[in-house]
Design a binder for this molecule. Sequence first.
Ligand code: SF4
Ligand code: SF4
Length: 400
Amino acid sequence: MTAWVTDFAPTTAELNSCVACGLCLPHCPTFRLTGLESASPRGRIAAMKGVAEGVLDLDADFEEAMTFCLNCRACEAVCPSMVPFGRAMEGARAEITAQRPTARRRLRHLLLGRLLSNRGLVGLATDGVRVMQRLGVSRILPGRLGRGLRGLRPLRPVRAPALNGSGPTIGLLVGCVMNKWFSGVNTAAVELLTRAGYRVAIPGEQTCCGALVVHDGGIDEGRRLAAINIRAFDNVDRVVATAAGCSAHLKSYGKVISEGAQIAAGAADITQVIAELIASGKLPTLAADSGDVVLHDPCHLRHAQRSTEPPRQILRAAGYHVIDADPEGLCCGAAGIYSLLRPATSRELGTRLANLIDDRGELVATSNPGCEMQIRSHLDRGYRIAHPIELYLEAIRSSG
Ligand code: SF4
Ligand code: SF4
């Protein structure tokens, strides 16, 4: 029989807060796909409790139940007892890493923790993508791979503007792949924030936020990355991320590492800040009619941050008529590296969402790069997919 061995394990209070009411079950993608209690939030909490109390072994069945979860946190958002499911799941996976070590998982954490945070290597991969796009390789690659590659926008990474003026300073977390593969989003963030009077700092010492590796149970690597960012953003008023997965993780830094509480308290997603600036009149509401846009809510905005209005406010201010991609808010199946680890389930969820989007317009908005790649790779024809702030800045520019 086993019990927990790390300081990141699910706590007794976290696990006991579940009253097993089952209200979360219809909102859980893996329960909906399988109908199995062991694939439900309630079943997973019960399994964690069993291991914590020494009634169950931390064995292959436990590992299967935990790793089949997308950690989408849809269960957490609807739970009347406010069970912190995402935190508990990260703790359970840290325990799996500690108690069932494998070379494959160790290598994965090394890749997620060291390579993604290495700008030189991400830059090399970006150059490879750029060359493949120029040579038209993405057009001849089959299916999802080719479609995913065509969607990347490897422009010049955004650079820090001069810190003029005396307004509050926002530190921009540019992201490990975001700044290379979707750099237009960071460029739009800098332009909109500076238009509204903020000073924008982009500290060169910053690194990957660590969300991917912590979700995979790599708490040691995650803490190392968090400590680097805490030092890098020491002198700013608040830290803002342009990817929903990164902003959600920044907000949880206080749980990841004890020194992380301060940065977590001031952290925000870029959609939240831009929507505030529009509401206060510091950024304009346009009178344009920009047409329809199908909006997808990333789980890490909708469920983890309970933030659904800001992207809608931004798109409406840009003159768009917003159509919800999926009112039920089921995970798209990207879920960090889940699409690589569980391709069949990921594909099923990606296809479901693509079917909901198909034939409802030509333009899709989402605010997380993983979701964008997942949606693009499952849509059969060439939709344009962009971040809400990219569309907003374009509308401002075209309105003169
Ligand atoms: S996680 Fe929340 S909603 Fe789900 S069974 Fe437990 S108490 Fe009920
Ligand atoms: S995080 Fe998502 S997949 Fe995991 S139990 Fe909760 S709703 Fe289900």
